[in-house]
Design a protein around this ligand. Structure first.
Ligand code: HEM
Length: 282
């Protein structure tokens, strides 16, 4: 991860200004997951575009299906190659993994790969943008971190609590029940927002405030809960740690660009800043 983020930083560091979303936060996690899966890093930007279209599938089904098919077509020769020549990558592991003599069939192999790329890319990109937005809009935190990196984990956990980049989960009720006085009948489709739980006034004092100084640890549901708990949460945390440290270390005097619009965290199914214009000392 460190070489990937440092290479991206090499490209912008001498310039003294950038939109960190376009040039860094969108590009870093896609490269990381591409590397883990075993697809060429040079194709990571193409994967990011497909991932965005797959994620927007519920709104634009035609584009979503086309992107999903394009990804599958792209992966086909790589999957076929790894069937014969396994390598030290996740695609090979998924193809050759065996439990009780059973392996995954092609439908499941592609299904899993097509889930991993958008799940691993878009969420972490956006969370990195959210963390940087929080740090740049709350005085003193960048220099506090530089003085004492041991506070980085509490910054990351508070950011996840405050604004999860993937705040919604959908479920179907399997039996009649009641939630906080509201009846829910079996078969009802539900969309729950984790951010509401993460700001529950009974659990957090002034939950709308981003405040890494809260009493630790601060439990939250940014990665979901139960049997579908995020598979990539440890990877995501590590990526946030590595990227934030490199960005803050290398871009001295990092601050919002006074000539640009301030960043805005928005979105429904996926949240994050669309742009993050910053300047630093060169
Ligand atoms: C900050 C970054 C991330 C956030 C906020 C996030 C959030 C979530 C949430 C809320 C769920 C549960 C959805 C539900 O219950 O319906 C989930 C599931 C999942 N996530 Fe993440 N995620 C992140 C990063 C990642 C990464 C890096 C990967 C993979 C490399 C990943 C892979 C998955 C997968 C495969 C599932 C489905 C698990 C299942 O259904 O059993 N996520 N994620």
């Amino acid at each position: 991860m460190a070489p990937i983020v440092n290479e991206l930083l090499d490209g912008i560091a001498p310039r003294g200004r950038a939109d960190l979303v376009a040039e860094l936060t969108q590009r870093f996690p896609t490269r990381v997951i591409a590397g883990i899966m075993g697809v060429p890093l040079d194709d990571a930007d193409q994967f990011r575009l497909w991932s965005e279209q797959v994620s927007a599938g519920p709104l634009y089904p035609e584009a979503g299906h086309a992107a999903s098919q394009a990804m599958r077509d792209y992966l086909h020769p790589i999957v076929e190659d790894r069937k014969q020549n396994p390598q030290d990558d996740l695609i090979s592991d998924i193809i050759h993994a065996e439990i009780d003599g059973q392996r995954l069939d092609d439908e499941h192999i592609y299904g899993f790969l097509l889930l991993l790329m958008p799940a691993g890319a878009e969420t972490t990109s956006r969370e990195l943008g959210i963390a940087l937005t929080a740090l740049l809009t709350h005085d003193g935190w960048l220099s506090r971190l530089k003085d004492d990196w041991s506070q980085l984990d509490q910054v990351i956990e508070e950011t996840l609590r405050w604004e999860s980049s993937a705040p919604l989960a959908t479920r179907e009720a399997t039996e009649d029940t009641e939630v906080d006085g509201c009846p829910v009948t079996a078969g009802t489709r539900l969309m729950m927002t984790m951010t509401s739980a993460n700001r529950d006034e009974q659990a957090y004092a002034d939950g709308h405030r981003w405040d890494p100084d809260r009493d630790q640890p601060v439990p939250h549901m940014a990665f979901g809960w139960g049997r579908h708990l995020c598979l990539g949460m440890h990877l995501a945390r590590l990526e946030l740690r590595v990227a934030l440290r490199a960005i803050i270390d290398r871009l001295d005097g990092l601050r919002l660009d006074p000539d640009a619009e301030p960043p805005l965290i928005r979105g429904v199914a996926f949240r994050g800043p669309e742009e993050l214009h910053v300047v630093w000392d060169v």
